[in-house]
Ligand binder design. Structure first.
Ligand SMILES: NC(=O)c1ccc[n+]([C@@H]2O[C@H](COP(=O)([O-])OP(=O)(O)OC[C@H]3O[C@@H](n4cnc5c(N)ncnc54)[C@H](OP(=O)(O)O)[C@@H]3O)[C@@H](O)[C@H]2O)c1
Length: 324
């Protein structure tokens, strides 16, 4: 038996129950991982509320780091005793230990601690694909990135600086603005006080930006389109304020033949080679010191409901981990 978080129904943070669950043995292609730390991500809120549906009852959590304790038949990527980490489906990372597919796991270099891994796998791999695959940045661009002081945001701020990209970041408070700036975000806009479309136009001498990375969704979507230069790319990768409402495609035409994509990490890591290359680049960014993973909040696993409340109330900055 291990302690794990389960939910019988979708809803508020109270639907997450901290319970004993039977683990069993790993089947073909599976491993048993004992977690040292688990990651907290905004996607966990979407699964908890039912915005992203999954069959119930269900586990939650998509990111963890720990040690392989048992392997099933036909497992080739990892062995018993390996230090590993992962980000992705199936949900169930909020647990002392779990059984999961081996092909989601990457082996951790000795230089990366379990806590750092649990704090960065999902958010760091996301920045990797957003900056290098969804809209490959060459260096020299000026980009707009929302929620620049969040978990994904602080990694993006540092990554942009490291590759010579000028990042305009938006944040919800002056304290968060300071934090994003200190992490390499060149221009920071407090969107609760300032009109970010106007500020982006000022900063770019009226030209607009070639790409907007928008994870806020409902509240920022249309204004984000207004920040783009003609032929620009709208990367809508999250919905912290709610899903983007239906819109007319001619909104893209009238703003200058814009492109739009709605990416998800799981599509970018679906091929094993891609996952390994992405993880290798993330690890090297951290090992070189170009990116420091800021764990600003730590909770025990049993305090997960409070962790969700704080994340949804916009009280957190940087990354958050849960300790089993
Ligand atoms: N598609 C993908 O592959 C992918 C992968 C990872 C993450 N994401 C998305 O990226 C975003 C950031 O994820 P994260 O885990 O790093 O979270 P986070 O940025 O640490 O937290 C979300 C932030 O969004 C901002 N926000 C704006 N409106 C909000 C609202 N109505 N309610 C709550 N927050 C609001 C808040 O910052 P301010 O106070 O500064 O506004 C808040 O701190 C999420 O939307 C997530 O779903 C997408």
């Amino acid at each position: 038996m291990v302690k794990a978080v389960r939910m019988q129904q979708t809803g508020g943070p109270e639907v997450m129950e901290y319970v004993d669950v039977e683990l069993g043995q790993p089947g073909a292609g599976e491993v048993l991982v004992r977690h040292k730390a688990c990651g907290l991500n905004f996607i966990d809120v979407y699964f908890r509320t039912g915005l992203y549906p999954q069959p119930l009852p269900a586990g939650l959590g998509m990111e963890g780091a720990g040690i392989v304790e048992a392997v099933g038949p036909d497992v080739t990527y990892v062995r018993v005793g390996d230090r590993v980490a992962y980000a992705g489906r199936p949900c169930g990372a909020y647990a002392e230990a779990r059984i999961m597919p081996a092909d989601n796991l990457v082996r951790l270099p000795d230089s990366i601690t379990f806590e750092t891994a649990a704090a960065m796998m999902l958010q760091g791999l996301t920045v990797q694909y957003l900056f290098h695959r969804t809209f490959p940045l060459q260096g020299g661009e000026t980009i707009l990135f929302h929620a620049a002081a969040g978990g994904v945001g602080l990694i993006a701020s540092q990554w942009a600086r490291a590759i010579g990209v000028t990042m305009i970041g938006t944040v919800g408070s002056d304290e968060k603005a300071e934090l994003a700036k200190a992490h390499g975000c060149t221009h920071v806009i407090n969107y609760n006080k300032e009109n970010f479309v106007q500020r982006v136009r000022e900063i770019t001498d009226g030209k607009g930006v070639p790409v907007v990375y928008d994870s806020i969704g409902k509240d920022t979507f249309i204004n984000s389109l207004d920040c783009l230069a003609p032929l620009g790319m709208m990367v809508s990768f999250g919905n912290a304020s709610g899903p983007v409402p239906a819109f007319n495609l001619s909104e893209l035409a009238s703003r200058g033949s814009l492109f739009i994509t709605r990416p998800s990490l799981m599509s970018y890591t679906a091929k094993r080679d891609d996952l390994e290359q992405m993880a290798a680049q993330l690890f090297s960014m951290v090992e070189s010191g170009k990116i420091k993973i800021d764990i600003h909040q730590r909770y025990t696993l049993s305090e997960v409901a409070q962790a969700h409340r704080d994340l949804e109330a916009r009280k957190t900055t940087g990354s958050t981990i849960l300790i089993p």
